[in-house]
Design a protein around this ligand. Structure first.
Ligand SMILES: CC(C)(COP(=O)(O)OP(=O)(O)OC[C@H]1O[C@@H](n2cnc3c(N)ncnc32)[C@H](O)[C@@H]1OP(=O)(O)O)[C@@H](O)C(=O)NCCC(=O)NCCS
Length: 172
């Protein structure tokens, strides 16, 4: 079962929709000011080239789907949905640096989680958050996720591969 496409106006002027490889230029613009690692796979530290953006979006197919919160022209927040079985999935999020602290991650995550559990056909969604990532923990709380537990050495640093603890938040 694949997750159906999403395209919804979640507030006036704010649209949340599934991303496709044709959205590469949005991703290039969105990553242009990112000094750290963005959410799409092994790519990259810093901005994506058009080819990297297209390749990254192409990799988000099948069990993995990416979504964007958009205004008329810009990507304001990006979300990933990674299915681990037919009816359960991990969600992840990233906001381009210039658009942080405007509530975009929280609003988009709240909508995406509720949609995943209804139209998306999932029965459980969860987040895996580094304990030190206070911004991400606030997003989880604000989007109505429930803190479940801390798992020792469950996550890996994407650059070094070193294991670290993870906090699990879930819905319902
Ligand atoms: C984490 C991240 C997605 C937050 O996005 P955002 O759109 O700025 O978040 P919001 O504006 O919805 O803010 C949500 C809450 O986090 C708080 N917050 C946001 N950035 C913060 C920061 N740098 N330090 C402390 N608190 C922060 C906000 O004040 C808000 O708190 P409130 O609900 O109590 O008012 C963004 O900083 C980011 O992309 N970081 C890099 C990638 C990442 O860490 N992804 C999550 C992996 S689990």
């Amino acid at each position: 079962m694949t997750v159906p496409p999403l395209d919804a106006e979640i507030a006036s002027g704010l649209r949340l929709r599934t991303l496709t490889p044709d959205d590469a230029s949005l991703l290039v613009e969105a990553t242009a000011t990112e000094p750290g690692r963005a959410v799409w796979g092994p790519y990259p530290v810093g901005p994506y080239t058009p080819a990297e953006a297209r390749e990254a979006l192409q990799a988000w197919t099948g069990d993995q789907t990416s979504f964007a919160l958009l205004d008329d022209t810009r990507l304001l927040a990006a979300f990933g949905l990674m299915r681990e079985a037919d009816d359960i999935a991990e969600l992840a999020y990233w906001v381009p640096p210039p658009h942080r602290r405007h509530g975009y991650a929280t609003r988009g995550l709240r909508f995406l989680a509720e949609w995943s559990l209804s139209a998306g056909g999932l029965r459980r969604v969860w987040l895996e958050i580094e304990p030190a990532n206070t911004a991400s923990r606030s997003v989880a709380d604000g989007a109505g996720f429930r803190y479940e537990r801390r798992i020792r050495d469950h996550c890996r640093n994407p650059e070094t591969g070193a294991p670290h603890d993870c906090l699990i938040y879930a819905k319902p």
